[in-house]
Design a protein around this ligand. Structure first.
Ligand code: BG6
Length: 449
């Protein structure tokens, strides 16, 4: 294997998608608790009220992680479980849950990677305008401080925000995710700027208050365009496309988020396309937003083939009819991680941390009581090989996290498709490690390639 010994192998989850216990022990409501009750929002009206009931099964889940030989576990904290109103009063029982989870992980030799925000915004703060409210970065900083003060003696790896492209872009412009708003472009860009400030303030809080040296990352989607052929023109076309901004979907791209965070500036194209709608930027904002981070985290599930057309412009290659795809009808391209890692490293110069990568499939328990998800094994193998190829060409790497540890509530698509290394029988909460989980165990041990 080209990855060095310190490379981290793990799996990831998010609070709303697995915890359930949506009203237990003093938890406040999140925007997802409310969004799921609104008609037509979620596949078959499903909710995360119970989900995998991880809140009550966390010990069992940690034992399964141990059985699978995971070195690290990435999970998120439910902000309203800890601060039911979003700010102010702390719900000790909620905080205790994460305290116990962290202890359990450490006792079993699994390194915790904590995501502070994975989309379940406190409903009480949403009523005050949510990310559009100019105080929202401070609210996030307050919450971050509560978590860091409590967990940083044992937790050293942090992610601030997960996929702002989704919770801002799809949640505040194209209505698919909570809170399901359709803001004007100006408001959208202001909300986006506030989340970047929230990221920056959280970085400051962690650096100032952590009880040990912290590793901090930001986990946007890593949207990959890869060259349709390896000719230089197509490579250039793919790069141009990957780092571009589109008028129709202002924030659903890489650079809106990554350029401010890693380069301390909005992309030039942003100013050209949205001159009138750009947010008000305070004198110290960009400095706050672009404090140094320790790794370049991305969530990548695939990519888009691009070529240079005859007019010298990048163009998306139309895939042939019947192109292989997964259960969510996402096309399968196994070169995406290789090109993504190369292009991102070239531009942002930090070690790559693949914070999510996985595949939705239609799994079930077979007659022999096992879950034979061979497609997932092949998918993971190929994606890891793709990443390894980039590592072999000199791209530094920090780690790889499979999405997901458990089958779970996949936001607006509900429970229809399964991403887990572990199968969850929802009516009984029974867990079964799938063949892919057993394969991953052997892979981590170096027994299979
Ligand atoms: C990412 C999210 O978008 O991909 C996860 O960080 C999510 O929370 C995963 O579950 C799978 O994709 P989708 O389309 O279900 O969001």
């Amino acid at each position: 294997m080209t990855f060095d010994k310190s490379f981290v192998w793990g799996a990831a989850t998010a609070a709303y998608q697995i915890e359930g216990a949506y009203k237990d022990d003093g938890k406040g409501l999140s925007i997802w608790d409310v969004f799921c009750t609104q008609e037509g929002r979620i596949f078959q009206g499903q909710t995360g009220n119970i989900a995998c009931d991880h809140y009550h099964h966390y010990k069992e889940d940690v034992q399964l992680m141990r059985e699978m030989g995971l070195k690290a576990y990435r999970f998120s904290i439910s902000w309203p479980r800890v601060l039911p109103d979003g700010t102010g009063r702390i719900n000790e029982k909620g905080l205790d849950f994460y305290d116990k989870l962290v202890n359990e992980l450490i006792a079993n030799g699994i390194e915790p990677y904590v995501t502070l925000y994975h989309w379940d915004y406190p409903y009480e703060l949403q009523k005050k305008g949510g990310w559009l409210n100019p105080d929202s970065p401070k609210w996030f900083a307050e919450y971050t401080q509560v978590i860091v003060d409590r967990l940083s003696d044992r937790v050293k790896n942090w992610f601030t925000l997960n996929e702002p492209q989704c919770f801002i872009g799809l949640g505040h412009f194209d209505t698919r995710l909570a809170p399901g708003l359709k803001l004007s472009v100006k408001e959208l860009l202001t909300a986006a700027h506030n989340t970047l400030l929230a990221h920056g303030m959280a970085v400051s809080v962690i650096r100032q208050r952590s009880k040990q040296k912290a590793n901090i990352g930001f986990a946007p989607q890593g949207l990959v365009s890869f060259p349709a052929t390896v000719c230089e023109a197509d490579i250039q076309a793919a790069k141009q496309e990957m780092f571009s901004v589109k008028k129709e979907r202002p924030v659903n791209n890489n650079v809106w988020w990554m350029d401010p965070v890693y380069k301390g500036e909005y992309p030039e194209e942003a100013w050209k396309l949205f001159e009138k709608e750009m947010p008000v930027i305070g004198p110290d904002d960009m400095k706050l937003i672009s404090q140094p981070l320790d790794y370049f985290a991305i969530n990548t599930y695939g990519g888009t083939p691009v070529f240079m057309n005859e007019s010298g412009k990048p163009e998306l290659l139309k895939r042939y009819d019947g192109y292989p795809e997964n259960a969510r009808e996402w096309p399968l391209d196994f070169d995406a991680l290789y090109w993504g890692a190369k292009f991102f490293y070239e531009r942002y110069k930090l070690p790559i941390l693949m914070a999510e990568n996985g595949i939705p499939t239609c799994d079930w328990v077979h007659l022999d009581g096992k879950v034979h998800d061979t497609n997932r094994i092949d998918f993971l193998q190929r994606n890891i090989m793709s990443l390894e190829k980039a590592a072999g060409e000199g791209v530094p790497m920090h780690g790889y996290f499979v999405w997901s540890l458990l089958d779970n509530m996949e936001w607006y698509t509900g429970y229809a498709k399964r991403f887990g290394l572990i199968y969850v029988d929802y009516p009984t909460s029974k867990r079964i490690i799938k063949d892919s989980g057993l394969w991953y165990k052997q892979f981590i041990q170096g027994l299979v390639v």
